[in-house]
Ligand binder design. Sequence first.
Ligand code: NAD
Length: 356
Amino acid sequence: MNKKITVLAGDGIGPEIVAEAIKVLDKIEKKFGHKFEYTYVDIGGCSIDKYGVPITEEGMQLCKQSDSVLLGAVGGPKWDNCPPAIRPEKALLAVRKELGLFANLRPTKLFAQLADSSPLKKEIVGNGIDLLIVRELTGGVYFGPKKTEEIDGELVATDIMPYSEHEIERIGRVAFETAMKRSKKLASVDKANVLDTSRLWRKTMHRLAEEYKEVEYSDILVDNTAMQLIKNPTQFDVLVTENMFGDILSDEASMLTGSIGMMPSASLSSTTLGMYEPIHGSAPDIAGMNVANPLGTILSAAMMLRYSFDMASEADAIENAVNKVLDDGYRTGDIMQAGCKKTTCSEMGDLVAKNI
Ligand code: NAD
């Protein structure tokens, strides 16, 4: 297969970790006989420095015309005082909007080899955590009408949380389809005891559950979910939820694994075009030192193969290679354990590529 990938390496450690993901994709190309064509586009601070904007119109068009987008990270202290309209993160919101990325998939995987780096006790994480949060990304209270006004002599702020049936249905379908590809278990997170949007959410999910009879479906309230993620995280497989609940729960879940450097993510549209990126930022404190953990980006590339290109065996090959490298005791500094072998960022990329 031939695929066009737009690469947004970005700032800080972005270029270093993206280079390792491309190294691994190069190996997949050779091994499985595909052709990946890369177009590099500046994004974030490096684009502000060159063009005065966090992403150019031409760069945006290149993202839209590609089969998929691979992102490193943007931002850093150098651009912290830029005017809000041209801050590095603005480019990410713009790409999400222009590409119609409404579904955010955040796997939380604690590899058994790294169980000691989880803040949870070993008896709770068992043989590792492996769950996936499907978060609605373009609706709800973050995008609803908002205002601050003076009423009876004091300021009153209002944020409205709208959700239409079609917005709920399209994220619901992504979640059910994702559950079908995993262990066919889906929990829908809401606050249906209080919110109208959640009652519509639940009703719509129940309608979809009728279509996906093979999926073991359940409802769970968001406050209980926050508790259960700490108490018994291995009970979950796929969780689906609205924008704000998903924002909070996915950050909570990512901490269960102990290292932000391991975590990939995918943002999907209604076509196969998606954007794939590690969940961490540009880590300016370690940029240019060749010590960053590239595995979150490498695993994001695996998600790209699985979700945008329908290349499940190729994605499995990357994930198995990561597992093997961890089994062999190789660790970057952030996940270093006694008795393991410390590697640089580029050595870690080499090792994963070698194991494919
Ligand atoms: P961060 O995620 O960049 O770093 C937090 C800590 O985790 C740092 O100590 C860093 O060294 C470490 N870390 C992060 N990724 C790592 C990796 N792959 N390997 C090893 N260690 C890693 O968060 P921050 O410091 O709050 O933000 C730095 C910049 O990144 C800010 O400008 C912020 O706005 C931006 N940011 C960008 C994104 C994005 O591009 N999607 C996301 C979050 C933050």
